[in-house]
Design a protein around this ligand. Sequence first.
Ligand code: G
Ligand code: G
Ligand code: MN
Ligand code: NA
Length: 254
Amino acid sequence: VLLEARLKQALERRELVLHYQPKREISTGRLTGWEALLRWQSPELGSVSPDEFIPLAERSGLILPIGEWVLREACRQMRAWQDAGLAAGTMAVNLSARQFRQMDLAEEVSAVLRDTGLAPADLELEITESSLMDNLATAATVLTDLERLGIRIAVDDFGTGYSSLSYLKTFPLHCLKIDRSFIRDIPGDDNDTAIVRTIIALAGTLGLTVVAEGVETEAQLAYLRANRCDQAQGYLFSRPLPPEACLALLRAGP
Ligand code: G
Ligand code: G
Ligand code: MN
Ligand code: NA
């Protein structure tokens, strides 16, 4: 309860900030976009990980105002980079299960795009495979509404959520992000290489972009390149960066 009260204040006191992690096209090394990752810099508690406060925010409902702030701030930042003449690619924002259960989510997203002036095609929403599967009733409606806006939808943590493959075919999706647990032990682990190749093939069949998360080594990247994974994200390229560091990276070029 104490942490919850502090989190509520954190939003008002502007203690929440966004860092951004770049994604790159594997074949060219070109920057394709960013993922916004929330950080809480508390004067009392220090830096609090989203793994600690997102579940709390989910339970208390605070995730709704926090999530809207994240969306707005990420879109505002992206538009500011574009206005500075920088080719910044797309901006991906994580959605929690609770946000995804809001039937009027598309209206909120639409209002944020209108207010910030960001083009829908420059925004991607990441929904975990498990929250998709836990919300099958609303998923079809909400995803269709989001698709009509022209934004992109990525399935996050793909491979961990026991999904039925039939939804992949019917839902309007654009991207699969291979969970980093499957990337960690490639190319050495035969089970993981088999899983990764299967996900890449599945994405290809369905016409979806496939992104490897948590790429930390050249050997992992070489394996992904040889197996034609589209994009990669991870510490090998960059940790999530504060906005000033992103600006420097953007100014350095593609
Ligand atoms: O950055 P990392 O430690 O940065 O993130 C830990 C977890 O928190 C990940 O599962 C990530 O998806 C989640 N996360 C980070 N930022 C956000 C956010 O803005 N909204 C939601 N719902 N989850 C986030
Ligand atoms: O669940 P999601 O994929 O949104 O979570 C992103 C999380 O992964 C964040 O905590 C981010 O900081 C973390 N992350 C990003 N790149 C790497 C990496 O190369 N290695 C590890 N271990 N974590 C990473
Ligand atoms: Mn993510
Ligand atoms: Na993930």
